[in-house]
Design a protein around this ligand. Structure first.
Ligand SMILES: Nc1ncnc2c1ncn2[C@@H]1O[C@H](COP(=O)(O)OP(=O)(O)O)[C@@H](O)[C@H]1O
Ligand SMILES: O=P(O)(O)O[C@H]1O[C@H](CO)[C@@H](O[C@H]2O[C@H](CO)[C@@H](O)[C@H](O)[C@H]2O)[C@H](O)[C@H]1O
Length: 438
């Protein structure tokens, strides 16, 4: 069975949204581990060899003969399929977690004091993600990390530390799955409370932008129907509180001016690499060079701590009571050590500022009235960016006058990352981050 599977798995993996090696030929797929979790449910760790790289991925497989039509879309062979989509099998994951079970090399772990209702049925959400999330009833969401990086995932590390401190801004963790990969304890999945009555910040912000675009010309953003500024303010305050919680839960430090110069240098390298991939960025690089020069001239020490690392409106959810922050994993694709490194909290502030710009501009691309709406987009972005910053300061976040150069350089560095991200994933959106350099 095992050897006959590697052929079909090769073609199937190449087509999965979460497969990170797209565009490069797969030389070989080997099965590193194959464990039966319950009758009919297998857990595999497979290694995919490409151009000298060997990336590991996590897969759940089921087998049914004949395969029912409801599972035909996730078929790997005529009888074997992606079992993440089979609610009759995934309950075994909850049971193993509730029982703190060790199954072969896999360790299922329940958070101290958590009670897990094993009767919930699962549904896969987020087909367009780099991981696969299973929502169990309306109680839990279990994120299965697909591409595995040896080490404890920063998401698990941060969410558990903040929840233990009683943070109101993270979704309650219930448990996780781990195994040793290259001798290192590695997170395979994390399960948290599912926020069933919440909406994500991106969707809420877009509704507000749409309302402004549809409002009478000349009506100030503050008077338009779906003004978002109060929410941006509250989000700023929540962000500052989460930064304070992170600073209390993990080590902190300061970066002295010579190291800040090296940071500016690394931003320049990132910019050069981005221009090599997206030449259009080259025409606008002056603004970034200027910002990085000002960063290199900073004379005082910069406080650093653990941060979110990939902070944007899609990573925050508004519950009936407050903002909850998700996905503390850092920038996908960066090495784990870099994602866990201490950084200025202004990096997250810069990320969110960029996101307000994205929300304001993303409907302009194919809007018939784009030219006349440009001013409104800027008005919405300015209003919400400034409300967010005010909330951040009022919530206790540090934002001194001398931080302006750092914040601006961080914003443009994020925009450089976004230019590359959009060129690779959503080329029609590339005008949004490119506008940041005007
Ligand atoms: N605890 C949760 N409650 C409700 N929805 C959630 C929760 N966690 C994640 N989601 C939804 O799943 C989406 C993707 O989650 P995320 O953790 O950002 O995954 P990824 O790392 O794959 O981007 C979020 O944008 C949100 O809509
Ligand atoms: O959510 P992920 O961790 O997968 O983050 C990646 O994808 C994001 C897109 O979903 C991308 O964010 C960019 O687009 C957002 C709108 O879709 C916008 O709000 C963000 O400001 C912008 O950066 C993120 O950069 C990328 O790492």
């Amino acid at each position: 069975m095992t050897t006959s599977l590697t052929g079909p798995l090769t073609g199937w993996i190449a087509e999965q949204r979460w497969f990170a090696g797209k565009g490069r030929a797969i030389e070989e797929v080997t099965i590193d581990s194959d464990v039966e979790l319950s009758p009919g449910l297998r857990h595999l760790i497979v290694a995919v060899a490409q151009d000298g790289d060997r990336d590991r991925y996590q897969i759940l497989l089921g087998e049914r003969e004949p395969l029912p039509p409801r599972l035909a879309h996730v078929r790997v062979t005529p009888t074997v399929y992606d079992a993440a989509h089979d609610a009759e099998l995934t309950g075994a994951l909850l049971e193993a977690m509730a029982a703190n079970a060790d199954i072969g090399p896999l360790r299922f772990r329940r958070m101290d004091g958590a009670v897990i209702d094993t009767g919930q049925r699962s549904l896969v959400i987020g087909a367009e993600q780099s991981n696969t999330s299973l929502v169990f009833g309306d109680a839990y969401i279990m994120k299965l990390f697909r591409r595995l990086t040896p080490g404890v995932n920063p998401e698990l590390e941060i969410v558990t530390a903040l929840a233990r401190r009683g943070s109101p801004h993270v979704a309650q963790p219930y448990g996780w799955i781990e195994a040793d990969l290259d001798g290192e304890n590695t997170t395979l999945a994390i399960m948290q409370q599912f926020l069933s009555a919440a909406s994500d910040g991106w969707a809420l912000a877009l509704t507000s932008v749409r309302d402004l675009y549809a409002s009478m010309p000349g009506l100030p953003a503050s008077d338009a129907g779906g003004d978002f500024a109060a929410e941006s303010h509250r989000l700023g305050a929540a962000t500052a509180r989460v930064h304070a919680e992170l600073a209390a839960a993990f080590p902190t430090g300061v970066v002295e001016p010579p190291e800040v110069k090296r940071l500016a240098e690394s931003f320049r390298h990132r910019l050069d690499r981005a221009i090599a991939e997206v030449p259009a960025l080259g025409e606008r690089a002056d603004a970034a060079h200027e910002a990085y020069n000002r960063l290199a001239d900073i004379t005082g020490p910069v406080p650093v701590q653990r941060v979110h690392g990939d902070y944007h409106l899609g990573q925050v959810m508004r519950t009936p009571t407050d903002w909850i922050i998700l996905d503390f994993e850092g920038e996908p694709g960066q090495p784990l050590a870099e994602r866990r490194a201490l950084s200025s909290p202004l990096r997250d502030v810069a990320g969110m500022l960029r996101s307000f710009d994205y929300a304001a501009r993303h409907m302009l691309a194919d809007h018939p009235d784009a030219a006349s709406l440009e001013g409104r987009a800027r008005e919405w972005a300015d209003r919400n960016r400034s409300a967010f910053l005010t909330g951040y300061c009022e919530g206790g976040g540090r934002l001194h006058e001398e931080d302006a150069a750092l914040l601006h350089a961080l914003e443009l560095s994020k925009a450089v990352y976004e230019v590359v991200y959009e060129a690779r994933n959503r080329p029609s959106w590339i005008t949004i981050p490119l506008a940041a350099f005007l």
